[in-house]
Design a binder for this molecule. Structure first.
Ligand SMILES: C[S@@+](CC[C@H](N)C(=O)[O-])C[C@H]1O[C@@H](n2cnc3c(N)ncnc32)[C@H](O)[C@@H]1O
Ligand SMILES: Nc1nc2[nH]cc(C(=O)O)c2c(=O)[nH]1
Ligand code: SF4
Ligand SMILES: [Mg+2]
Length: 235
């Protein structure tokens, strides 16, 4: 077995994929960029307002074929398995033209993403990881890491701090003042976050959440992240 130390690639990782599609990145600093979305299966965090609850389970009863998953007409728990070094071939078969790949979920950092992100960057893609900070972020140094910190959730502070240390962007979902206070506490504790772009994302397009996010972004000079894909009815 190969060691996963610097310079070496870890062994092949089997990815479980719930959805794969080409769309426009709708959130955060990369909003507007045509992207291939790879939605990985599994998340134990349990945010009550999560908009991808269909990805939470890792029950093998939902294992199906790539064809079934790629041709889904609605969200469901079904997923297929693929080795990370076979993903690019699938992109080609699907005829994707986007050169930016967003790894999301579920919680993508339940998987070792080092081989996948290295191979993709070496092939000329850029990559972005959307993570909750509840698992260590294992990826290529060239990947853009968006941490949407889930405080007081499973994973613990040490893991969250290591994810925040790797973050290129903090994207915080908000609905109440309490969510802003939690973010303030994180920013105060984590020196590595000085200078990292912070954005607030209203939870589920609620009017009050949006008003709070707008007002706080103006007051703090933070960025607003709307889930723009939901406003225009794309994936
Ligand atoms: C579905 S999560 C998957 C990636 C990872 N588990 C995470 O939480 O970052 C992708 C992004 O959507 C955000 N999100 C999920 N449900 C949302 C909702 N109802 N309203 C606003 N943002 C939401 C998350 O906070 C995260 O930034
Ligand atoms: N268009 C689009 N942009 C997104 N940005 C983050 C998403 C996610 O679910 O992680 C997402 C998504 O599901 N669709
Ligand atoms: S961590 Fe992400 S995928 Fe998991 S429940 Fe929360 S928002 Fe959903
Ligand atoms: Mg989404």
């Amino acid at each position: 077995m190969q060691l996963a130390c610097e310079g070496n690639l870890p062994d092949v990782t089997t990815l479980k994929i719930n959805e794969m599609f080409e769309t426009i990145q709708g959130e955060g600093a990369h909003t507007g960029i045509p992207s291939v979305f790879v939605r990985l299966q599994g998340c134990p965090v349990g945010c009550p307002w999560c908009d991808t609850k269909h990805t939470w389970t890792l029950d093998e009863a939902f294992l199906t074929t790539a064809d079934q998953v790629l041709n889904k007409s609605e969200e469901n728990e079904c997923f297929f398995s693929v080795e990370d070094d076979e993903l690019q071939t699938l992109f080609e078969q699907q005829g994707y033209v986007a050169r930016h790949v967003v790894l999301t979920g579920g919680e993508p950092c339940m998987y070792d993403l080092r081989r996948l992100t290295k191979v993709l960057h070496d092939a000329g893609f850029s990559t972005q990881i959307e993570t909750s900070g509840t698992y260590e972020v294992l990826c290529d140094p060239r990947s853009w890491v968006t941490v949407s910190p889930k405080v007081n959730m499973k994973g613990g502070l040490a893991v969250l701090d290591s994810a925040l240390n790797r973050a290129n962007e903090i994207k915080h979902p908000v609905a109440m003042q309490r969510h802003i206070d939690e973010l303030d506490a994180l920013l105060a504790r984590c020196e590595s976050l000085q200078g990292v772009e912070v954005c607030l994302q209203p939870i589920s397009q609620q009017d009050r959440a949006t008003a709070l996010a707008v007002q706080t972004c103006i007051a703090r000079n933070w960025r607003l992240s709307l889930q723009t894909h939901k406003y225009i009815g794309i994936e």
